[in-house]
Design a protein around this ligand. Structure first.
Ligand SMILES: Cc1ncc(COP(=O)(O)O)c(C=O)c1O
Length: 393
């Protein structure tokens, strides 16, 4: 019988000396180089051994020149999408991209003109805002509503935004970061219908789609028939396999006109390819071994999420949004003072660096996001410190 590998997520692995942003940028963002970091959304859990081995093997060859986009990459992507997300995709409309944010920027340049606007549902991952602005486009911000402890879409407000003549593109985070909503088919259908009605291209950022906790399942926009004409769907192995530094992402665009426009934007920026190790990683990760790793990872992360939410809920006045997806927990600290006061308390008294809600747009002010993809022996004592500091306030 084949021996099953059990992945070790418990043993802490030091990232010091690797230039990891989460560690190295602490002084710059938090004014303290030693505070324990739970901010940047990458995992402090190791990339699986089979993937590390394959990269090591390739790095043993002494030449790192230009490489083709070979079939094995696209076969691996199609296998993963079918096996893990029940989505049929074809190589003909699969494009490689160095990162999801690069693809967001390409979509903005392909489907909108300077001075036009991009709709989004906030709070949302900061570059949805910053990428729009640095491309000289305006943000049509549609705040999400909190209902029964989770984010819901205000369709009336969304329709109003999409109806604006200057709005040509909508950026959707599916599943949602920072709130961890895994949007349902019905919710996605409604968004797709509205975008189709108002002639708006829909960009679905599905980077967190592998991290959805059973029994909830990720619903891809790829499986909504009406979306074929209007959607760009982006995914990556960055979150799932802790390979964001390898920059390997991919995009599906079924509508040939939208695909051509996106390709032209990639050609202008010369960013339609990914690096050699990203290719090796994609081909290796998106495999049955990768699926088994993902299954074990999800079980570990889910336990972390439940323990963190359970502990934080002991604090009176702290509202904790339990995620259906992502390894992130989004919490409302507004009962404890303005965000600067809370920010300082978190750093100075609890010795933790969390992502501040302002990064996710104005709707995030006063909220903080904790990254739970850390070994429990590191994560839980840090959460206990937060509980003790804010229970005493
Ligand atoms: C929703 C979302 N999109 C994109 C990214 C970044 O992806 P990439 O590194 O591929 O640009 C992140 C990282 O946190 C994210 O949360």
């Amino acid at each position: 019988m084949e021996k099953k590998i059990m992945y070790d997520f418990e043993t802490p692995v030091s990232r010091l000396g690797t230039h990891a942003e989460k560690y190295e940028a602490r002084e710059r963002f938090f004014g303290n180089a030693d505070v324990e970091p739970f901010w940047v959304a990458d995992m402090d859990l190791p990339t699986p051994g089979f993937l590390v081995e394959r990269i090591r093997e390739r790095s043993g060859h002494p030449m790192f020149g230009y490489t083709e986009q070979y079939d094995g990459i696209f076969e691996a992507i199609a296998w993963w999408m079918k096996n893990e997300h029940a989505a049929e995709v074809e190589t003909a409309y699969t494009l490689l991209s160095p990162s999801v944010v690069t693809s967001i920027s390409m979509a903005i340049q392909a489907y909108t003109e300077e001075g036009e606007a991009v709709a989004l549902l906030s709070p949302v991952y900061g570059p949805f805002f910053s990428c729009t602005k640095t491309n000289n486009r305006n943000v049509a911000d549609v705040p999400l509503q909190v209902e029964n402890g989770r984010f819901m879409i205000d369709y009336q407000a969304l329709a109003q935004a999409l109806d604006r003549p200057d709005v040509k593109l909508m950026l959707m985070c599916n599943p949602q970061n920072p709130g961890g909503r895994a949007w349902t088919v019905q919710e996605l259908e409604k968004v797709v219908e509205l975008c189709a009605e108002y002639g708006v291209v829909l960009f679905s950022d599905e980077i967190h789609s592998d991290i959805v906790y059973p029994p909830v399942r990720h619903q891809s926009v790829l499986n909504i028939p009406l979306a074929d004409e209007i959607a760009v769907v982006a995914h990556s192995i960055g979150k799932t396999f802790n390979t964001s530094g390898l920059q390997s992402s991919f995009v599906f665009i079924r509508n040939p006109k939208l695909r051509t426009a996106f390709r032209r934007a990639q050609e202008r920026a010369h960013c339609g390819d990914i690096n050699l190790f990203g290719k090796v990683a994609l081909e290796t990760a998106l495999s049955p071994e990768g699926a088994e790793y993902r299954r074990q990872l999800l079980a570990y992360l889910h336990e972390n999420i439940q323990q963190v939410c359970g502990r934080l809920r002991q604090v009176n006045g702290l509202f904790v949004m339990e995620p259906e997806a992502t390894f992130l927990v989004w919490s409302d600290f507004r009962a404890f003072g303005d965000w600067q006061t809370v920010f300082k308390k978190l750093i100075k008294e609890a010795n933790v660096a969390l992502s501040g809600g302002n990064f996710f747009g104005p709707a995030g002010e006063g909220w903080f996001r904790i990254n739970c993809a850390h070994p429990r022996s590191v994560l839980l004592p840090a959460v206990d410190r937060i509980v003790s500091v804010f229970s005493a306030s």
